[in-house]
Design a binder for this molecule. Structure first.
Ligand SMILES: *Cc1c(COP(=O)(O)O)cnc(C)c1O
Length: 365
């Protein structure tokens, strides 16, 4: 069986170091808001090329707290329209509706699965106040930062899938907009051994406010200036993440090598491969996503050959029960994507032999 993602094997690469740092946390007797969190926040901010990082409990909270803070600062108001890709993971949308902002779902650019300036332009109104750009599957979306500046829009990035990506000019993911939200869910490219997330920004006031909001709204212990929540990243998770952050770039290099191997060897005309310019480091291949008109048949066929695949995602947000008032809306490109996409096994430790099995199966399909 070729697993879609063998998390145990991925983390086993760092077993000794992880055991050591977990032991250190145990022995320290200090588990919340300590030195390990401070170190990780500093390391991750540096890695993303920004001034501030605030650890939070998970990726969804990162996005929820970002919008909550922007509303408190008066930079957004409840009811404002925020443009977001229609084909994103539901977390991006939940962060908006949780804050009583109005998601404006926009069809993605088909070659990148991401928002484009063209898509934004044709969906903008006078109520549009922000863009939530999602770098889906690990591929950076078109840089819309200048466009946002020119049009007085706040740019927020959902980077749950694209840690470490950079554009052709070497600009790092997490530094394009006003603020970005990251997830360190175990299956992400930089994954903890549980839930974890972070916010990155160059704006100190915004970072401080988000930090307070995630800690009961307190600026100092037992002094609460905001009605906050408890969404903290802790010592144990940051100890683990501090280890894994050292290896993220080499993990990405290996993912890109594996992706390139698929690109060069999958040659079945029924299968559409990702549109990727190898010369640019803009894709970190969190997922290697192919498209096929007979996707469901293909998935069963691969399963029968012992190859696990996953669909990201089977149902678009506007077709979910949770958003039943949107169910009659039509987004043909998005709906077609959801019918055709299939994510192949990919990781830093996938072997050529495993990839050859996947490739042979696909080419014989
Ligand atoms: C994983 C993910 C999230 C949410 O992250 P969690 O840590 O699971 O809450 C948000 N947006 C996207 C695009 C994701 O893939």
């Amino acid at each position: 069986m070729i697993k879609f993602l063998d998390l145990k094997a991925i983390n086993d690469q760092y077993r000794d170091e992880l055991n050591q740092v977990m032991q250190n946390v145990l022995d320290s007797g200090w588990y919340i808001k300590g030195q390990s969190v401070k170190n990780f926040e500093a390391n991750f901010a540096k890695y993303c090329g920004v001034k501030h990082c605030v650890g939070v409990a998970n990726g969804l909270d990162a996005l929820i707290l970002i919008f909550k803070a922007l509303i408190i600062q008066g930079r957004l108001n409840e009811g404002d329209e925020v443009i977001v890709p229609a084909n994103t993971y539901i977390a991006s949308i939940l962060a908006l509706t949780e804050n009583n902002l109005k998601p404006v779902l926009v069809e993605p650019d088909e070659s990148s699965f991401n928002l484009s300036i063209k898509g934004i332009k044709s969906n903008m109104s006078t109520q549009t106040k922000a863009i939530l750009s999602v770098h889906l599957y690990g591929q950076l979306a078109e840089d819309v930062s200048d466009f946002c500046k020119d049009n007085n829009l706040l740019l927020i990035e959902d980077l749950a899938q694209a840690h470490g990506g950079e554009n052709a000019q070497g600009k790092k993911a997490g530094s394009f907009g006003v603020v970005a939200g990251f997830s360190f869910y175990p299956g992400k490219n930089l994954g903890a051994l549980g839930d974890a997330g972070a916010v990155t920004t160059n704006d100190k006031d915004l970072a401080d406010l988000i930090s307070q909001l995630g800690n009961y709204g307190s600026e100092k212990k037992y002094h609460n200036s905001q009605q906050g929540v408890n969404s903290r990243l802790d010592e144990l998770h940051t100890a683990i993440l501090n280890v894994k952050l050292k290896y993220i770039d080499q993990e990405i290099v290996k993912r890109r090598e594996a992706a390139l191997y698929y690109q060069e060897h999958i040659n079945n005309p029924k299968i559409q491969k990702p549109n990727w310019n190898v010369e640019v480091n803009n894709h970190v291949f969190h997922l290697y996503v192919i498209r096929c008109k007979e996707r469901d048949i293909l998935q069963t066929y691969l399963q029968d050959k012992g190859i696990q695949t996953v669909i990201h995602y089977p149902i678009p947000p506007h077709k979910q029960k949770a958003y039943s008032n949107w169910n009659t809306l039509s987004f043909p490109i998005t709906e077609q994507i959801h019918k055709e996409v299939l994510s192949l096994p990919i990781s830093s430790i996938i072997t050529k032999e495993e990839q050859n099995q996947v490739i042979n199966a696909l080419n014989e399909f």
